[in-house]
Design a binder for this molecule. Structure first.
Ligand code: 2YG
Length: 273
């Protein structure tokens, strides 16, 4: 599980407007529209919901990431919900949230980042939500994914969620993971659900054969620049970004979907609203 750094999140609260404009330019959808689609929820249903959302700092494990709960709360606030950060952390924070009448809780330790609706019992996991949210974005970038070939890099929680969302859009998915057994586990799980996901063992040859990449792995140089063409589309929830190099934005203007938290948190919120 990738652990964010303060640098990954400390600009989020002040750039939500610019972020959303770029998202609309790239996908034709706002953050709310993408997240609603990924959560299979209607926008007008969501806009009527206005529960109190509490974001709770967790000090366990490696502890607090500076700016993390502030960023999560700023994304939720930007989407129109009423978000507060509890003064206390951990169990005290949960008690404070419930006593304040919060209906939804967001909290993350080193292993799980979850949103919980206390009334409905619904739980949304960040990895699962991020996979679905990024597929919704990629689908809009590619003006549909049906029948298209996508190379999925990484068979972890985000990649596994993305694989299911991709095949349900009729996409032809090939998965590469540095750990072959992870790819095989994902492919056989998909087969049990009636879907075919090919396993690739050679990264370079699979990159050369694809133009649509879903980078759900933590490697920062997994996609070499020589495999970027003017048709390349990349959805990259993986942190750090898997394609490096100067002027990557120029190389892939509006064809590189990548953020540290926004799409995952927005989809979690829509999942539990
Ligand atoms: O409350 C805090 O400040 C900390 N306990 C948060 C720790 C979060 C650790 N998890 C991660 O950094 C990521 N798995 C979060 C999601 C990354 C999204 N791509």
């Amino acid at each position: 599980m990738t652990r964010l750094k303060e640098d990954d999140v400390n600009q989020i609260a002040t750039t939500m407007g610019a972020y959303n404009d770029a998202l609309v330019r790239m996908t034709g959808s706002s953050l709310m529209q993408l997240a609603a689609q990924a959560a299979y929820k209607e926008i007008d249903y969501l806009s009527k919901r206005n529960p109190l959302v509490a974001v709770i700092p967790m000090t366990c494990g490696q502890g607090i990431i500076g700016g993390f709960v502030e960023s999560v709360a700023s994304i939720i606030t930007y989407l129109g919900s009423n978000a507060v950060i509890t003064k206390s952390s951990d169990a005290g924070g949960v008690a404070e949230a419930v006593q304040q009448g919060a209906e939804i809780l967001f909290m993350a330790d080193d292993d799980r980042f979850v949103a919980i609706n206390l009334r409905s019992g619904k739980v949304s996991d960040n990895g699962d939500a991020t996979g679905r949210g990024y597929v919704a974005g990629l689908e809009r970038m590619c003006q549909g994914l049906k029948g298209k070939n996508v190379l999925l890099l990484g068979a972890g929680p985000v990649g596994s969620s993305a694989a299911l969302a991709l095949v349900s859009h009729g996409t032809r998915v090939t998965v590469y993971d540095i750990n072959l057994s992870a790819s095989q586990r994902l492919s056989s799980a998909m087969k049990k659900m009636g879907y075919n996901v090919d396993v690739e063992t050679d990264l370079e040859s699979s990159l050369a054969k694809h133009q649509i990449f879903f980078d759900a792995c933590p490697a920062e140089d997994v996609i070499d620049l020589r495999y970027i063409s003017k048709e390349t589309m990349i959805a990259a929830p993986g942190i750090p970004l898997g394609v490096q190099g100067l002027g990557i934005e120029q190389l892939l203007p509006d064809r590189l979907l990548h953020d540290a938290l926004q799409i995952g948190v927005a989809t979690m919120l829509c999942d539990v609203l």
